[in-house]
Design a protein around this ligand. Structure first.
Ligand code: ADP
Ligand code: MG
Length: 478
């Protein structure tokens, strides 16, 4: 195994066991640069990440490396190395070893950062030490995702009610249940809460939770290795199948075909199916017969929470971690981070981590200045025009050359207009430049497209949701 492979496998484990926000904060841009005679050097992008890996994750990292590589580890050194040119502000840190015994060096040089200099590259942070690290169980479920920890507000109450109905009468109430909405709004949480609840109440004996991406890869692997039968046995013999982010199946015909049959078998046997997606079934580029099946049961959406709900969510996360923040401070956080619950959690984590490291009590000033460095959806770097074109093409499952080509077929013309609309709205590009980006079209075409979509989006809820889905992708990482 190469260092890279070992580290990739370690990361894959952490990705399953820590929240997304933590994963991004602490493991983004990390690597193994050296592994010899039991000495390992792990490179990290910031001093902040270094301290946290040492303090919170050291023994897990050590065990994971040993298990995966089959080699003993004596010492791990965490070394700050700037991989990202944009982050080149912090000074590289001296390398201090952490003993393999698990006795981590105390953070005696914790990120010597004041709130104002906290590196924005850190994006979204942390879990506090009082918050135990969850693991994923044999069904792929994270025990953290249960109904008890899900806060209900106006924008998710329907989805929550439907999820509860399914959890009390699986296979009967709504089958399938289809939950859609933007990133970080609780879809995965709800899916898994249903699974966890059904297992707890023993209404089901087994289930599978997978991302659609994993389902697709499993299927393609099974075809390649001649184990299609095992694949079928696995996915068609469960009491509950949860497929997350099902939009990933767009444009993948063979996987759709396989999923169609899986769906039918489970459905006929009254086994529950739950799906999530960043957009409604209608807006996924899918075979008609599969689309219509997705619409058989119940379709519900989740939308960004209102202020009151955001405060309630923060309150509950603080309680979970036995961390105290005044109402005023909670309100400040909830006002500054609006779009996405994952970011809200990330902001809270960052505040907790920072004050814990510094051992000081949060004040309005310290909270505000930490938040000013938290990148929220609204403040991230805008994508390039090219990236936007690609994202929209992918969203609709269309090849780039067709989108940029000259065909006026509706299936192409409409997404093309959406691209022009988004280029104008998001990047404020001039109409001539928009025409240019789309394979040299006339500026009047761009103007017409922008007008048309602007009008239509006001009256067409589905279109509005599609555009929100696309915008969410423009601001997600990567
Ligand atoms: P999605 O799958 O829609 O992208 P997730 O389910 O992964 O979003 O949610 C992102 C984070 O926000 C998770 O840590 C989740 O526990 C938390 N979260 C989302 N919605 C709620 C809610 N209503 N109450 C409490 N936590 C929530
Ligand atoms: Mg999700």
């Amino acid at each position: 195994m190469t260092h890279q492979q070992i580290w990739d496998a370690v990361l894959a484990e952490f990705e399953l066991s820590v929240s997304r926000a933590n994963f991004i904060t602490w493991f983004h841009n990390t690597g193994i640069s050296h592994f010899e005679k039991g000495n390992v050097i792990i490179t990290v992008p910031t001093a902040f990440a270094k301290t946290w890996l040492e303090k919170k994750y050291h023994s897990q990292i050590l065990h994971a490396i040993e298990r995966i590589s089959g080699l003993g580890v004596q010492k791990i050194y965490y070394k700050v190395e700037q991989t990202n040119p944009a982050a080149r502000t912090a000074q590289p840190q001296a390398v201090a070893p952490v003993q393999a015994s698990g006795a981590t060096t105390p953070a005696n040089t914790p990120a010597a950062q004041t709130p104002a200099t906290v590196n924005p590259q850190q994006q979204q942070p942390v879990r506090s030490s009082s918050d135990p690290m969850p693991t994923v169980n044999e069904f792929g479920l994270n025990p953290r995702y249960v109904f008890e920890t899900f806060i209900v507000g106006k924008t998710n109450e329907l989805a929550h009610a439907a999820a509860q109905a399914v959890a009390s009468r699986p296979g009967v109430a709504y089958n399938p249940l289809f939950i859609y909405g933007g990133v970080g709004l609780g879809k995965t949480h709800l899916l898994q809460a249903i699974g966890n609840e059904l297992l707890r109440t023993q209404k089901i004996k087994n289930c599978i939770y997978v991302t659609c991406e994993k389902f697709t890869n499993d299927f393609l692997n099974s075809v390649r290795t001649g184990s299609a039968k095992e694949f079928k046995n696995r996915y068609r013999n469960v009491d509950l199948l949860m497929i997350d982010d099902v939009q990933f199946i767009a444009g993948k015909e063979r996987t759709q075909e396989e999923f169609f049959h899986t769906f039918n078998e489970l459905h006929q046997a009254n086994k529950q199916i739950i799906l999530s997606s960043d957009r409604p079934p209608k807006a996924i580029s899918l075979e008609e017969r599969l689309k219509s099946r997705f619409e058989w049961g119940m379709i519900v959406d989740v939308a960004p929470p209102d202020l009151e709900t955001r405060i309630a969510i923060l309150e509950s996360k603080c309680n979970d971690r036995q961390y105290r923040l005044s109402k005023e401070l909670l309100a400040i956080i909830a006002t500054m981070v609006q779009n996405n619950i994952r970011e809200l959690e990330g902001a809270l984590n960052k505040i907790m981590a920072w004050h814990e490291l510094k051992n000081i009590t949060p004040t309005e000033d310290s909270v505000r200045s930490i938040l000013s460095t938290v990148e929220t959806t609204g403040t991230r770097q805008p994508k390039s025009p090219k990236a936007i074109v690609e994202i929209v093409a992918e969203f609709y499952g269309l090849p780039l050359n067709e989108i940029l080509g000259s065909s006026r077929e509706k299936r192409l013309a409409f997404p093309r207009q959406i691209i022009m609309y988004i280029l104008r709205e998001e990047l404020k590009l001039s109409y001539p430049s928009i025409g240019e980006e789309l394979g040299g079209r006339d500026h009047t075409t761009a103007m017409h497209a922008h007008n048309k979509i602007s009008t239509e989006v006001k009256n067409n809820l589905q279109l509005k949701q599609e555009i929100e889905g696309i915008k969410a992708r423009l601001t997600s990482e990567g």
